[in-house]
Design a protein around this ligand. Structure first.
Ligand SMILES: Cc1cc2nc3c(=O)[nH]c(=O)nc-3n(C[C@H](O)[C@H](O)[C@H](O)COP(=O)(O)OP(=O)(O)OC[C@H]3O[C@@H](n4cnc5c(N)ncnc54)[C@H](O)[C@@H]3O)c2cc1C
Length: 386
């Protein structure tokens, strides 16, 4: 496994860093914390104008998964709100892999323009981990399908144009075999979107589908072949598209603050041996996460789907992030309880935010328990948990 980057990839990374420096502003971060929408339209448009999005979609254009990893790694390290564009590119990758030519022609240019977001409609009120139990029904009616049901946690639906919707098309076969995906516009009649605010700041949504007529051309993959489409989507989601480097800005924010704050005796927090030890542990965890992420990118770049490796890096990186947020908030107490707009907040509020946000990262995109089951069964060959 060779992790060294080609000169062209190094140059590509430099161009992303320059773009972030030029376009990202503190008010975009402030907007993320105020609205709970983790998206930056300014960055999305600039990435589109610079030709970065096309190169970051696996299976499309001249790009490869290394560039996909690099783009999200740089955005995440710079703490740029990028969940919106990540989901859009992930679905673009799915369409590039399994979509029809007509779907590619209609959908991909919209995403590549940097102004069209896409939400993921997998989870339901009664099923998240066991997503193959989805009950949202799609019933064939002539050239259309009629969709009825409810989805939970449809993040970005309030600003997205499309939803990648998992539906049940055959209730009479084993659950994994009766599922079908659709990529449908969210402005179709019969769709309702309700806000859900979470402890980690993020706004997500409950979405409802009431006799929504969906033309068959919006079906993605085979009828009842949804589980194969899901495998492609999950392989991109875990590892390649951000979510594994949140510890990097956390360490940077804490380090900067701890180097400047002093106790009553004039000692800097950063000189406390326990604090130093924890910072080193976080740096090591971050490095391990970076290498594991590179491994997923390498596997994808050489024709594989890094599902198992994605599970491994997600468990490691999100749990290390949660641990780091806890350590740093203990070290920064009581300033760690203060939020972004409150004077005296540790690291200008980042520590308080990371403490709330980090647990959520161990839930979405597959919980730690589900990823551990995946590793236990597929990597270690242990018996099935259920
Ligand atoms: C902020 C946020 C944003 C999200 N965004 C989206 C989105 O955009 N689109 C989308 O479709 N979904 C989204 N989700 C949903 C997310 O993927 C689910 O919350 C997650 O998969 C867990 O499902 P659940 O909430 O139904 O919990 P459950 O599946 O009910 O799990 C509850 C607990 O039981 C554990 N558990 C369940 N099954 C097992 C098992 N077999 N073995 C061991 N332990 C088990 C879980 O690990 C968890 O601790 C989002 C969630 C959050 C919190």
């Amino acid at each position: 496994m060779d992790f060294s980057l080609t000169p062209a990839q190094v140059e590509y990374r430099e161009r992303i860093r320059t773009l972030i420096r030029e376009v990202h502003r503190p008010e975009h971060t402030e907007r993320q914390h105020r609205t709970g929408t983790f998206d930056s339209p300014e960055i999305n448009r600039a990435l589109a104008a610079g030709g970065f999005l096309e190169r970051a979609i696996p299976g499309y254009g001249d790009g490869d998964p290394i560039e996909l990893w690099m783009l999200f790694n740089e955005l995440e390290k710079a703490a740029v709100p990028a969940d919106g564009i990540a989901m859009a590119l992930m679905v673009a990758g799915v369409i590039a892999y399994v979509g029809t030519e007509a779907q590619k022609a209609e959908f991909l240019p919209q995403v590549l323009a940097g102004d069209t977001l896409v939400s993921l409609g997998y989870s339901e009120p009664e099923c998240g981990s066991d997503v193959a139990s989805a009950q949202t029904r799609a019933v064939r009616d002539g050239d259309d399908w009629v969709v009825n049901g409810a989805k939970m946690w449809t993040t970005m639906a309030h600003v997205a144009k499309w939803v990648l919707l998992l539906t049940r098309t055959d209730p009479d076969v084993p659950k994994h075999r009766g599922l079908t995906f659709f990529l449908i516009p969210l402005d179709l009649p019969g769709i309702t979107i309700d806000a859900v605010y979470t402890m980690g700041t993020e706004r997500t949504n409950a979405t409802f589908y009431d006799d929504v007529r969906v033309p068959d051309r919006y079906r993605v993959g085979e009828v009842d072949g949804g589980w194969r489409v899901m495998a492609v989507a999950l392989a991109f989601e875990r590892g390649l598209m951000g979510g594994t480097a949140a510890g990097v800005p956390l360490l940077r924010h804490f380090h900067h603050w701890a180097a400047n704050v002093r106790d009553d005796d004039g000692r800097r927090l950063v000189d406390d041996p326990l604090v130093r030890e924890r910072m080193v542990r976080v740096a090591v965890d971050n490095e391990v996460a970076a290498l594991m992420t590179l491994r997923t990118a390498y596997i994808a770049a050489t024709g594989g789907l890094p599902g198992l490796e994605g599970s491994m890096v997600k468990v490691h990186a999100t749990e290390a992030y949660q641990r780091a947020a806890r350590w740093f908030s203990e070290a920064a107490a009581p300033a760690a309880l203060l939020q972004f707009d409150q004077p005296g907040a540790a690291a200008e509020g980042w520590i308080e935010y990371d403490l709330r946000h980090s647990p959520v990262t161990t839930i979405y995109g597959g919980t730690s328990e589900i990823n551990r089951n995946n590793i236990a069964e597929r990597h270690l060959g242990l018996p099935k948990a259920r």
